[in-house]
Design a protein around this ligand. Structure first.
Ligand code: ZN
Length: 150
């Protein structure tokens, strides 16, 4: 499993170094802000939602490698998905990082998001990994208030 763990770490490091979809979306019709007070991570998420499909998604933010890599991978994973599909991914991701040590990551469902499986061993970092997903959920629900992982 060591090789796999290293591969996952590489994925997180690489996405933190060159995050995908890192920009402001000028034509966004949904935005949400997320803040993880424990670590100081911030995310602003921009979505263009049409007929319940995420046509475009982008983010801006600052914080630790896990929070920023998670936002990069999350936006890549849900682009082009329906709201329902994105919510199913949210649940699968949440189960993976917040589940017990035995919780099985499903690589088929999660793809590259499985890189965050190791986070569940570090409870303090679970909120870093989940921040972009909670912010996504708020954006889909059109919540106007800033999101907190508290
Ligand atoms: Zn963090």
């Amino acid at each position: 499993m060591t090789d796999l763990t290293e591969l996952y770490q590489q994925t997180i490091i690489e996405h933190n170094r060159s995050p995908r979809n890192f920009k402001k979306l000028e034509h966004a019709n949904r935005t949400a802000e997320g803040y993880n007070a424990i670590c100081g991570d911030k995310i602003t998420l921009y979505l263009r939602l049409e007929d319940d499909v995420i046509r475009e998604i982008a983010f801006q933010g600052s914080g630790c490698a896990i929070s920023q890599a998670s936002a990069s991978l999350m936006t890549s994973a849900v682009a082009g998905k329906t709201k329902v599909e994105a919510q199913a991914l949210f649940r699968a991701f949440h189960d993976m990082v917040a589940g017990g040590a035995d919780a099985a990551a499903d690589p088929g469902t999660l793809g590259k998001l499985a890189a965050f499986a190791g986070v569940r061993q570090f409870p303090a970092r679970v909120k870093c990994a989940n921040l972009s997903w909670h912010t996504l959920r708020a954006a889909l629900a059109a919540a106007a208030e800033p999101v907190s992982t508290e």
